[in-house]
Write a protein that binds this ligand. Sequence first.
Ligand code: ATP
Ligand code: MG
Length: 272
Amino acid sequence: MQTQKIPGVKHVIAVASGKGGVGKSTVTANLAVALAKQGYKVGLLDADIYGPSIPKMMGVEGEQPGVTGTQGEERIIPIEQHGVKILSIGFFLPAKDPAIWRGPMASNALKQLMNQGQWGELDFLLIDLPPGTGDIHITLINELHVNGAIIVSTPQQVALASAIKGLNMFRNKDIHIPILGLVENMAWFTPEQHPDEKYFIFGKENCEKFAKEEGLELLERIPVVQGISESGDAGEPVSMDSDSITGKAFHALAEKVVTFSSTKRFYYVKDN
Ligand SMILES: Nc1ncnc2c1ncn2[C@@H]1O[C@H](COP(=O)(O)OP(=O)(O)OP(=O)(O)O)[C@@H](O)[C@H]1O
Ligand SMILES: [Mg+2]
């Protein structure tokens, strides 16, 4: 399949899930900030055309990206925050206006962000996908050279049952995008006041078992912590503090992403 590379961008990594609300955007925002704090040049493309949450999570809601270039050759200048270059369809929609678009409109909006974004030199461009396997995914896979994908799931059976659809999309023999591995989000609950306690409210070994069955690396296990959600709402991802317990988890994930990308030791999962 003929896909395009974005000039100057070394690694494009998509973050996907089967089910919605499992923490893709939280993981993508924190991973982006962690990579930037580790000294990498990072871009973040919010491809969730229907419910863009990156502007809020990165603290740039309501910002308006500038446009440069001559007519017909316009380039959109990403907003920079926490060391990350960000573009989101959310910048172009009124905050309370739901985007009820037909597939082709959504696909065109994504293509514009990909192709007209003035990304410059990047080590990593992370793509926060909508849940499932819809038009946006197909557009991304057909148009852009994606170096790898991360699958996010909670340990609930319903989340894992749909994660498999996301996996199958990437490892389809015509697409064959390497999977870096699985991020288990909401792995356990730890009360803020009792950091040593772990309550496995959604199942203790489900993700580990799933990863083993599918030949995936379990990249990181992120607990449910109030601070993760609060900092997301406040636009200051927890990974800004690399010493906090949750910050450490995202920094460890970032290190794995770097290793995989530099060694190309991506896990190719079994063909379907
Ligand atoms: N580990 C966590 N601890 C606490 N809260 C979390 C955690 N992960 C995500 N959340 C919260 O859960 C909600 C859903 O997370 P998020 O928006 O990242 O999911 P998503 O998979 O991107 O959703 P969508 O499918 O709608 O795009 C958010 O309010 C977020 O702050
Ligand atoms: Mg999201």
